[in-house]
Design a protein around this ligand. Structure first.
Ligand code: BYC
Length: 470
């Protein structure tokens, strides 16, 4: 299962045995590289200490070394095939998984793969200017690691489109490079991927909350009856873990620094010390959490019911659910607007599956908040962070038509307009955060607004030259 790095496109899918596919992907490759040059990281670098996937096995799957970013070997890797794997849910439960796309599900599968694929380059575009203001070389390296792996995840989806969807797939692969984050004419498909990531607090919030949606969506696609999709997602999840580590520990370190200064100066006003006040951290959290909730689609959705019944998209940890994995007669409670207030309603389990997945996600997000609150408690502080209500600042689903406070109190539109700056970052907050974003590129040094990491990358010391600037 190790990758063949002698190939122009490193892969473990036997690309050289399929000349047509190989040629098609080799003709997409220069377009990818010119997209990377024009829409990828803007900071000029000589090389970066990067992890490159070399094997999909349990041990020793990655190689670390300094690489000029343009020469990063973006490849195609599928997790090992289980020849006995069977579809685990829906109408085809128990049948052997598909190695080819079933005709009747072609359009739906293509849509799921395109939506997934669209998010990957979008995040690279959103993060492209962050290299100019990294708080340390360690963080700069982590940013670039995330970026190259999002690029590889794009390759993963483009491989599926080229290998299994013919001309339409090749056209979709081109479109993935033409849509751009925030573009007026051809924006990215999902809302959160058209938002800006203009500073490093946003970056850590994005990698915590938005990448975590990625974890859950990939987890459901890993259950897919379409085996190549399942195997590619399984491997992507391995890389994804690092992206979430970047978010979790990034916010840990912001909170740690703020908490230390609050405790030392016995004051909430840490701005004077060049750190980020906790209420600003809370506002950023409110924003990124609420736009990430939108990524789960509506609480009730006939799309998701169809995907499940068809065997295309399962539930989080489908194999561990103790039910019939068909759900035709089951029901589920989902968040809903009940007579103008935020409540719950019972719906058929199949149409409530977006809400089922979102519930798992929310519990996972809460674990991050708990760990940041532990940092605050250990500093002897009473202040706490919290997740806002599911109805807060929503553009998709049951609460898109109302406005609510983070505590879940429904507001008139006018009052929301007047008061939203209490809960979402204002221009003043954003300008302040941006004013702290100055690059710190001396090995071992760190910006004032964030605590140092607990350890370096791959056993290297903190003062290692993770990035050589050009
Ligand atoms: N923005 O039936 P509904 C990641 C559309 S992140 C704009 O409730 P469904 C990553 C929807 O398309 C993971 N539009 O939706 C993270 C539908 O349109 P149509 C990405 C939206 O289909 C960080 C209509 O509204 N992967 O990997 O049940 C860095 C009605 O919606 C939005 C996936 O999402 C939105 N937020 O669920 C890098 C997995 N939400 O059909 C990477 C693949 C919904 O009426 N996608 N709409 O024209 C899916 O599973 C589903 O399509 C969704 C939506 C969960 C996205």
């Amino acid at each position: 299962m190790s990758a063949d790095y002698t190939e122009k496109i490193p892969n473990n899918v036997g690309l050289h045995d399929d000349r047509r596919l190989q040629r098609a992907l080799e003709s997409w490759q220069p377009n990818f590289l010119s997209w990377w040059e024009s829409m990828g990281p803007t900071l000029p670098t000589r090389d970066v200490y990067l992890r490159t996937a070399v094997n999909v096995g349990r041990e020793g799957w990655a190689h670390f070394g300094h690489v000029p970013m343009r020469d990063y070997r973006w490849g195609i890797f599928l997790a090992e095939r289980d020849p006995d794997r069977r579809i685990g849910f829906g109408a085809h439960k128990g049948e052997p998984v598909w190695q080819k796309v079933p005709g009747e599900y072609r359009a739906d599968l293509r849509r799921l793969i395109v939506i997934q694929g669209d998010t990957e380059p979008a995040s690279v575009e959103q993060q492209r200017n962050l290299g100019a203001t990294a708080p340390s070389l360690y963080d700069l390296r982590n940013l670039f690691q995330v970026n190259v792996e999002e690029g590889r995840h794009l390759w993963a989806m483009v491989y599926l489109l080229h290998a299994h969807f013919g001309r339409e797939g090749r056209e979709e692969a081109e479109e993935l490079l033409h849509r751009n984050s925030g573009s007026e004419e051809s924006p990215r498909i999902l809302g959160a991927f058209n938002e800006e990531t203009p500073d490093w607090l946003s970056f850590f919030m994005f990698t915590y909350f938005t990448d975590r949606d990625g974890k859950y969506q990939l987890g459901t696609l890993k259950e897919s009856g379409f085996d190549p999709l399942s195997r590619t997602c399984e491997f992507m999840l391995k890389e994804e873990a690092h992206h979430m580590f970047v978010g979790t520990t990034g916010i840990d370190r912001v909170v740690e620094r703020t908490a230390r200064l609050m405790a030392d100066h016995d004051s909430d006003d840490v701005a004077a010390q060049g750190a980020i006040p906790l209420d600003v951290v809370q506002k950023y959290l409110n924003f990124h959490y609420s736009v990430s909730l939108d990524l789960f689609g509506g609480e009730t959705s006939s799309n998701v019911a169809n995907y499940y019944t068809a065997g295309l998209k399962g539930r989080w940890l489908e194999g561990r659910r103790a039910d019939d994995h068909k759900l035709a007669d089951d029901s589920i409670l989902v968040d809903a607007l009940v007579e103008g207030t935020i409540g719950q309603t019972e719906v058929a389990a199949l149409i409530g599956l977006n809400a089922d997945l979102r519930r798992e996600y929310v519990a996972d997000c809460q674990s991050g908040v708990n760990r940041w609150n532990k940092i605050l408690a250990e500093a002897g502080l009473e202040a706490r962070l919290k997740l806002p209500s599911v109805a807060f600042n929503r553009k998709v689903g049951a609460f898109a038509s109302i406005e609510a406070t983070p505590d879940g109190e429904v507001l008139e539109a006018q009052e929301w307009e007047r008061r939203q700056g209490e809960w979402l970052p204002t221009e003043v907050d954003k300008t302040f955060v941006r004013s702290l974003m100055r690059p710190v590129y001396k090995p071992g040094r760190i910006a004032s607004w964030i605590a140092p990491p607990r350890s370096g990358v791959n056993g290297q010391p903190l003062d290692y030259e993770y990035v050589h600037l050009s």
